[in-house]
Design a binder for this molecule. Structure first.
Ligand code: NAP
Length: 522
């Protein structure tokens, strides 16, 4: 349901906007802290005569909010002290407004007084208790405490609005919606600010009682608000497109839709959305895959649960850090010490690692692993996945790393040999695998001198952009059999899709799409 705030500067303008809003809105909110001139009684009666279905909320907020809405100048003349505010809300109750909105910050005594007044008047007016944070979005635990402080008054609706400083704040605040549902409490919950706009669209679909939209951009009572027509267009798109129209709220819609995300930072260059969206479409799965550039990992993980995202890929730099936020980690991922895939099963999050399998399947397409020796350059997450997989398949890894301490730790953990990167010329083995980012687009560099490549029959690079790195080009010149990171990328992605959907993904299509994109870049 859409609520239009009436914030006009003059009585005439307010009455005009009430008339217009009554044609589109389910609710109007009379912002008596912003309307300059006119009497509440006139506005309520104008609303009633324009529509008998539009519900009226009467609100009188603190001055800071007017400043935030860019309406400080005329809020000065409408600012009321607490006594005047209470008198105004009581008048709204006498006038049978559908709702009055009282701020939690007004305190226990005033809220109780208003409730008692309402009961005494036998008014049909219901009470909204609201909390607005104009600076930030507090942590979810703090928001839950605030929710309970509001809910203990047993209001008709709790309203909690915060300011999104980063996109993940939307996920934190939206988490309150299922939480309120669990406590059988109606809620309005969303984020203000440009970074909070998404919550204004999603909140009603998740079960927020309503969302706010303005007649025109200049009528914004809080930053980030959409216009009514923008909101209606977005809602129509959501309903007519991939989201089933019969669904009552986004939780239900998200359950029918199978949506997936990528968590990383940065993610702008990632080709996973291109590959996964093509695969989902081909597999006939109703859903999308989007990349999120994450700053607050904990918030992002809470968002996966709140928005019923079915699964996630995890990339640099969160593959290790993410483990502490999950409910379970599968055995392979636990031994590797890194997670690149999350499955959400009714709110229970389990971590997997598909990098090791992606790498092993790729190697197996080119060579036998058993009893062969593999020099792994690097000691990060991918090196761990490689060492784990090679041992599991009967091969022998050797770790080579720039930072000796890190390399030795990994070698000790997997009970294999370690050499520093400067010693690489001394080693001879069946296969060399680069798991460092050295050589990744746009840099044309190699982690190893060309002469050292003579010592290997096979050379693999986990980098897939460019398709043929400097390392692979030089290895090819030395007569080595080369293996690009593209197949690993496709294989690990295909296994993610298998885990998420239980269906066989279109590997050939996935590979074609990525290689075509990378060939264009080259
Ligand atoms: P990571 O955990 O950050 O580890 C990177 C490793 O590379 C570290 O051991 C680091 O050495 C080494 N390194 C970094 N810069 C170096 C340099 N200039 N010279 C020498 N060594 C250097 O990263 P990761 O998650 O393992 O990812 C590594 C690469 O694998 C990335 O390029 C990623 O895109 C790619 N990858 C590809 C796939 C695929 O499907 N094809 C899958 C996963 C990852 P120190 O210990 O000395 O810092």
């Amino acid at each position: 349901m859409i609520c239009v705030p009436i914030t006009a500067r003059t009585k005439k303008e307010a009455l005009h906007n009430i008339e217009r809003s009554c044609q589109f809105a389910d609710f109007i909110e009379l912002r008596m802290d912003l309307i300059n001139g006119g009497r509440l009684e006139e506005f309520i009666s104008a609303s009633r005569s324009n529509s008998d279905s539009v519900k009226i909320i009467v609100t009188c907020r603190k001055k800071e909010e007017a400043t935030l809405a860019g309406k400080a100048a005329y809020a000065k003349s409408t600012t009321r002290n607490t006594k005047e505010k209470m008198a105004l809300l009581k008048e709204a109750i006498i006038q049978d407004a559908d709702f009055v909105d009282v701020e939690l910050a007004e305190g226990h005594a005033l809220i109780k007084e208003l409730q008692a007044f309402c009961a005494k008047q036998s008014s049909k007016t219901k009470i909204i208790i609201s909390y607005h944070n104009l600076k930030e979005t507090p942590a979810l635990t703090k928001l839950k405490q605030i929710f309970h402080q509001c809910a203990k008054f047993k209001p008709a609706i709790v309203k909690i609005v915060t300011t999104a400083k980063i996109v993940e704040d939307n996920l934190t605040t939206l988490n309150l919606i299922p939480y309120a549902k669990e406590h059988s409490q109606k809620i309005i919950s969303l984020c203000m600010g440009d970074k909070g706009s998404i919550s204004r669209v999603v909140a009603p679909f998740m079960g927020s009682y309503l969302s706010f939209a303005v007649l025109e951009k200049k009528g914004q009572s809080a930053p980030g608000q959409f216009t009514v027509s923008e909101m209606k267009q977005i809602n129509e798109l959501l309903k007519s497109g991939r989201i089933a129209p019969e669904a009552k709220d986004l939780s239900a819609q998200m359950s029918q839709n199978q949506n997936y995300i990528l968590l990383g930072n940065p993610v702008g260059q990632s080709l996973s959305p291109l590959m996964h969206n093509a695969a989902l479409k081909k597999m006939g799965i109703n859903g999308t895959y989007c990349a999120f550039c994450v700053q607050d990992l904990r918030g992002a993980i809470q968002g996966i649960r709140a928005m019923n995202i079915r699964g996630a890929s995890v990339t640099i730099p969160f593959k290790v850090a993410v483990m502490e936020y999950l409910d379970d980690v599968d055995g392979d991922a636990l031994k590797i010490g890194a997670v690149n895939t999350i499955i959400n099963s009714n709110g229970r999050l389990t971590g997997y690692n598909t990098d090791w399998l992606g790498l092993i399947l790729t190697l197996q397409e080119a060579m036998l692993i058993k009893n062969k020796t593999f020099v792994i350059i690097g000691a990060g997450g991918t090196a761990r996945a490689a060492a784990y997989g090679i041992i599991k398949k009967g091969g022998l890894p050797v770790i080579v790393n720039r930072t000796q301490g890190k390399g030795k730790t990994l070698a000790n953990e997997f009970n294999c040999a370690f050499y520093s990167l400067s010693e690489i010329g001394k080693i001879k083995a069946d296969c060399l695998i680069n798991t460092t980012p050295v050589g990744m687009y746009p840099k044309n560099t190699s982690p190893v001198k060309a002469a050292a490549l003579n010592n290997y029959q096979y050379v693999m690079d986990v980098i897939y952009n460019p398709l043929k790195t400097k390392l692979l080009k030089e290895a090819e010149r030395q007569g080595c059999h080369i293996i690009s990171g593209l197949d690993m990328f496709v294989n690990q992605g295909a296994h993610q899709l298998r885990l998420w959907t239980g269906k066989e993904p279109p590997r050939m299509l996935m590979k074609k799409i990525i290689s075509e994109r990378l060939t264009q870049v080259e």
